[in-house]
Design a protein around this ligand. Structure first.
Ligand code: NAD
Length: 486
């Protein structure tokens, strides 16, 4: 059986306690590796290694050299593309049609994009008048924050982890990563690439384990960690924020969502159906930006529902390596129980099940996997838990609306504020409506179309801070102002 160890100070190390947990392929329930569970001792070692890296060669390395090494990391991932692809697909069950297109290439790109950005980003400078007439000159310098704790989820494991590690290292920090216990593989493999690229020891560390009373919590409580960046559930964010309060450590949070799509009467229905197929069902609905509430103008409602139903019923489930498959399992049996509880709740609350609503019949070899049917409901009232709470599964509720004001009010009626997709061919309406939606990311006639230079993050309970482009620098670097009296 394969073992996945921690990566600390450039070496793979076992847990001092000898504790291990299973890494399970959710497509068939098979145990694919035993993962070492880190405790306080491993977090202490990893933080010490990261602090030593900051005090040593890494902390003094010129930006040009640092960014050159990060390009080598990206090249190193691409050179071992198939290994990363297999590791990610076995951990998550996701089809290779998705992971080869999004997870792995974007995981590599995150190192290049932020390396190039840091090389070119300016800082501000102000000349000020002084009473003696000589004046003073102010300029800001960016310094790394220090040791960053990175806590990442399982839905896009490599992509979301490197989306933090890329800018953190580009800004000159060292990191201790706690990947999701469900998906430890690619974070571990990245250690080999870091060594091959020549990243100094201790700059990139990985400690495996769980959240509460395990590696995750010990990392967030460690006084040697200068900032914590986290992607995951809003509830977990609350716990991490409390831990970060001790020592006044900064946080950057990408949290949950309950995202709406609005299909106006002037939408191009082909585009709206194609986009909503992706936003509701891609990655088996396990995308933070995914659509779980669809509001469709009454004039298009019946046709939209029928076409989304037809699309959902054409999705192809199966083993990740089959290029024709585009629909994988949920991440775990536990998550499936949660998603199915909402499927039951929808029926109890009076929903019409347009399609799905249960567990598909899978061939024997996949019978023990965490499969669920893509599901569409209509007819729920807006106060149902199915409409209020994030399910994080391949499902959406479709409701009709009559006026633009009503659509905006419905979309905003949620404690979350991550993303929204608006479908309209009316340019004036698009510009009028988009700024009225209380979200960090609003797409018009698209979904998950990402220019990595643009701000990414959520408002309300969907996050704190923005990643992407120069915006992440507010977290990954400290600005220090130098004022020179002339
Ligand atoms: P999760 O919150 O359960 O776990 C995320 C990570 O936090 C894991 O590594 C976990 O071990 C760790 N963790 C859990 N409790 C902790 C604690 N008390 N202290 C420290 N670490 C702890 O989330 P998940 O189930 O892995 O991911 C799904 C969630 O992530 C969904 O809510 C989804 O919306 C959200 N998400 C948000 C974004 C975004 O960009 N806004 C992106 C992807 C996923």
């Amino acid at each position: 059986m394969k073992e996945i160890r921690h990566f600390i100070n450039g070496e793979y190390v076992a847990s001092s306690t000898g504790r291990v947990f299973n890494d399970v392929n959710p497509a068939n329930g098979e145990v694919i590796a035993r993962v070492h569970e880190g405790g306080q001792a491993e977090i202490d070692q990893a933080v010490a290694a990261a602090r030593a890296a900051m005090a040593g060669e890494w902390g003094k390395m010129p930006v040009a050299r640092r960014t050159e090494l990060l390009h080598k990391v990206a090249d190193g991932i691409n050179a071992r593309f198939d290994e990363f692809l297999e590791a990610e697909c076995l951990d998550t069950g996701k089809p290779k049609s998705l992971a080869s297109h999004i997870d792995i290439p974007r995981g590599a790109a995150n190192f290049k994009v932020f390396a190039d950005l840091v090389k070119n980003v300016p800082t501000e400078s102000f000349h000020m008048d002084t009473p003696d007439g000589a004046g003073a000159l102010n300029y800001a310098v960016r310094k790394p924050r220090g040791v960053i704790g990175v806590i990442s989820p399982w839905n896009l494991p490599l992509l979301l982890m490197t989306w933090k590690v890329g800018p953190a290292l580009a800004c000159g920090n060292a990191v201790v990563v706690k990947p999701s216990e469900e998906t430890p593989h690619t974070a571990a493999l990245l250690g080999e690439v870091m060594n091959e690229a020549g990243i100094p020891k201790g700059v990139y560390n990985v400690v495996h384990g769980f959240g509460p009373d395990s590696a995750g919590e010990f990392l967030t409580r460690h006084p040697g960690v200068d900032g914590i960046t986290f992607t995951g559930e809003t509830r977990t964010g609350t716990a991490i924020m409390k831990a970060a309060a001790e020592g006044i450590r900064n946080v950057s949070f990408e949290l949950g969502g309950k995202n709406a799509a609005i299909v106006f009467e002037d939408a191009d229905l082909d585009k709206a159906v194609e986009g909503t197929m992706r936003s509701a069902f891609a990655n088996c609905g396990q995308v933070c930006l995914g659509t779980e509430r669809v509001y469709v103008h009454r004039s298009l409602f019946d046709e939209f529902v029928a076409r989304l139903k037809a699309g959902a019923e054409e999705l192809r489930m199966g083993w990740w390596e089959d290029a024709g498959n585009n629909f994988g399992p949920l991440i775990s049996e536990e998550h499936r129980a949660k998603v199915l509880s909402y499927y039951e709740r929808a029926v109890a609350d009076g929903a019409t099940v347009v399609t799905g609503g249960g567990v598909p019949d899978m061939p024997a070899e996949l019978g023990r996997g965490a499969w669920v049917q893509p599901t569409i409901w209509t007819g729920l009232s807006e106060d149902s838990a199915v409409i209020r709470e994030e399910i994080f599964g391949p499902c959406c509720h479709i409701a009709p609306f009559d006026t633009e004001e009503e659509a905006v009010r419905l979309a905003n009626d949620t404690p979350y504020g991550l993303a929204c997709a608006i479908w309209t061919e009316n340019l004036t309406r698009a510009h009028r409506v988009a700024p009225q939606i209380d979200v960090g990311l609003c797409w018009v006639n698209s979904w998950f179309l990402r220019d990595l230079r643009t701000p990414f993050g959520g408002s309300k309970q969907s996050g704190i801070g923005r990643e992407g482009g120069v915006h992440g620098l507010e977290f990954y670097a400290e600005l220090s102002n130098v004022c020179i009296k002339l």
